[in-house]
Design a binder for this molecule. Structure first.
Ligand code: NAD
Length: 236
């Protein structure tokens, strides 16, 4: 599948109701894919795109199993963060962060792969984070959960290469999305500090991540890759 080869493909994007996931859904729809907008709150983006909206909690296998059967492309974007060091992280927060980021990605892959294999192949792109690659201050549970997403990506790539299924991940740096606005407004983090930790001195945009996801969805010789898009954060 080349870049434009996504036209006519059936693609499900989790977390597509906001931010990076919504940008991926828009980019895929513009490239001619049939997009399933999956989220806890999918309606606004699904209506905007004239695509199918699916109310889906990625933590819940009974919801995921029937919804992920017949896909060419799966993009796992649904995620939640954490803002504390380990001693200050309640066990419930650790469990929640793993339930959405790690278990949710696992469940969606688990139930998408057999259908992709039956269709002759497919592509999965998981949205991890630079938090999987470097220690970010006060993000203990989030760093660990995104590390699991990267490790899972590589394991799936090896297991399913023979079925024509490619599995890759992107690791964004800080991207200007509603998530980051909540960090600033609700958790009291400084937008200037978030910008400053990226050598380019700015936040990424959801569209910049969506372009990379579209590339990986169509990059026929690429599997098990972890593409960092971070304005230089991990290079510093
Ligand atoms: N924004 C950043 O700086 C940044 C950086 C690196 C990685 N990421 C990752 O990108 C992804 C998207 O982040 P964003 O910035 O667009 O955040 P966002 O909060 O704007 O969007 C996240 C979406 O996930 C959905 N979601 C949450 N829990 C869900 C569940 N259980 N089932 C289904 N959907 C659920 C939310 O409803 C929301 O629409 C996340 O995985 C995040 O970890 C974000």
């Amino acid at each position: 599948m080349s870049d434009m080869g996504i036209a006519g493909k059936r693609a499900l994007v989790t977390g597509a109701g906001s931010g990076i996931g919504a940008a991926v859904a828009r980019r895929f729809a513009a490239a001619g894919a049939e997009v399933i907008v999956a989220d806890l709150e999918p309606a606004a983006v699904a209506d905007e795109l004239g695509m199918c909206g699916l109310q889906l909690d990625v933590r819940d296998e009974t919801q995921v199993a029937p919804a992920l059967r017949d896909l060419d492309v799966l993009v796992n974007v649904a995620g939640i963060g954490s803002t504390t060091s380990a001693p200050d992280t309640p066990l419930e927060v650790w469990e929640d962060v793993f339930a959405v980021n790690a278990r949710g990605t696992f469940l969606c892959c688990k139930h998408a792969i057999p259908g992709m294999a039956a269709r002759g192949g497919g592509a999965i792109v998981n949205v991890a984070s630079v938090a999987a690659l470097v220690g970010l201050r006060n993000r203990a549970a989030y760093c660990a959960a995104k590390g699991a997403v990267v490790a899972l990506t590589r394991a799936l790539a090896v297991d399913h290469v023979g079925e024509g299924i490619r599995v890759n991940a992107v690791c964004p740096g800080t991207v200007d999305s509603p998530w980051v606005r909540r960090l600033v407004d609700d958790a009291g983090e400084s937008l200037d500090a978030l910008r400053a930790r990226q050598p380019m001195g700015r936040l990424g945009t959801p569209d910049e991540i969506a372009d990379a996801v579209l590339y990986l969805a169509g990059a026929e010789f690429v599997t098990g890759s972890v593409l960092v898009i971070d304005g230089g954060l991990t290079a510093a």
